[in-house]
Design a protein around this ligand. Structure first.
Ligand code: SF4
Length: 365
């Protein structure tokens, strides 16, 4: 059965489902570990004291954004009502087609409510990673969530709103699936499922489809173990049209991802068997020091420097600073969520130095 989070892959590479059969899940990477912690903090804010500050800050920001979306869809006014909130349901939801479960999924957050007499669901998907995700109207995972929640008889909703909650402070625009659109969305998902069941379906590498595919850089997907022939047969760079240069950059991106995945797999092999790869071995990571206790440090170094020099060494830890201001604003002016974040931004603006990162390449969507 397809997982909702894999539909984008299966839509773009119908051969992926067959290729992934029998390939074990990869060992979690650092970023997936962080994503798991942020998701856990969103469900259990009481665990904040156990997590690293920057992850707590991300979870706080995302929760503020989620509150803002809920306020937009279910404003506190006549005709709108918030009912149950589903965040911890153990059993998955399913998209069913012609009596068969074809897609499973676990939406992060489902707010049931009433809008002008209609029972509706708002589904939020927390995206704590750095990568851009497809806009909600083109997002297959959200579409599957919309259909599976709509099909769940116990919820009995007529319409669904879906939205991403991004890691960064953007204001997302929820997508509305009406009662007419949900059956069409179901047919669209059933098409993806049917194509992926075709045992002769071809594998078609692309930047988006291959990104999280388990078959990548394994014998189940030879296309990602070999150099794409187009990279060898293409004209030299100087003779390429802008269109061909775009194709070249796509191919380079896929090849880069394939090599990265290959190196990860071999590193995993060496980690479990030091003799698995001849000529390579694991060495300990670099050791870096930090000085968390500012007072104790000053006691030691004050004989060596002026106060001005000492102060020039210090850097403000933004998380506790912002938390203290946020607590103050909440207690004195009842300002919370996004409004508090905006106010803190204004308060700190005179002393905040903005630094633009280097321009980076990004594929146009
Ligand atoms: S790695 Fe890419 S091309 Fe290969 S099966 Fe997966 S999605 Fe398809």
């Amino acid at each position: 059965m397809i997982r909702a989070s894999n539909i984008h892959r299966d839509r773009n590479c119908s051969g992926a489902a067959a290729a992934c059969e029998g390939v074990p899940e990869p060992v979690a990477q650092v970023w997936t570990g962080e994503g798991t912690i942020v998701h856990d903090l969103l469900k259990h804010p009481e665990k904040a004291s156990e997590a690293e500050d920057h992850l707590v800050e991300i979870a706080d920001q995302m929760q503020g954004c989620a509150d803002w979306i809920v306020d937009k869809i279910f404003p506190e006014q006549e005709g709108y009502e918030r009912l149950e909130l589903i965040r911890d349901r153990e059993e998955p939801f399913f998209v069913e087609y012609e009596g068969r479960k074809i897609i499973s999924g676990h939406p992060d957050f489902i707010q049931i409510g009433v809008i002008l007499g209609k029972r509706v669901a708002l589904i939020l998907d927390f995206k704590s990673g750095y990568l851009e995700v497809p806009a909600p109207e083109m997002n297959d995972q959200l579409r599957a969530y919309a259909v599976m929640v709509w099909q769940d008889e116990s919820l009995a909703v007529e319409e669904v709103y879906v939205s991403i909650v991004p890691r960064f402070g953007k204001s997302p625009v929820p997508v509305h699936y009406t009662a007419d659109e949900l059956p069409l969305a179901l047919l669209d998902l059933a098409d993806v499922d049917a194509a992926s069941r075709d045992k002769k379906a071809v594998r078609t590498p692309s930047v988006g489809a291959c990104r999280y595919c388990r078959a990548r850089a394994t014998s189940k997907c030879p296309e990602t173990l070999n150099i794409d022939p187009r990279l060898i047969t293409m004209n030299s760079l100087i003779d390429l049209s802008p269109e061909k240069k775009g194709e070249l950059l796509d191919l380079a991106e896929i090849a880069t991802g394939n090599i990265k995945k290959l190196k990860e797999r071999l590193k995993e092999e060496i980690a479990s068997d030091p003799n698995a790869v001849e000529g390579w071995h694991m060495v300990p990571g670099d050791v870096r020091g930090s000085i968390p206790n500012v007072d104790a440090c000053y006691q030691i170094v004050s004989d060596f420097m002026t106060m001005e020099e000492w102060q020039s060494c210090l850097k403000i830890a933004q998380k506790p600073l912002k938390d203290a201001i946020k607590d103050f604003l909440g207690a004195t002016e009842n300002i919370k969520g996004k409004a508090a974040a905006q106010r803190i931004k204004e308060i700190l603006a005179p002393v905040t130095v903005l630094k633009q990162g280097e321009d980076r390449l990004e594929k146009k969507s």
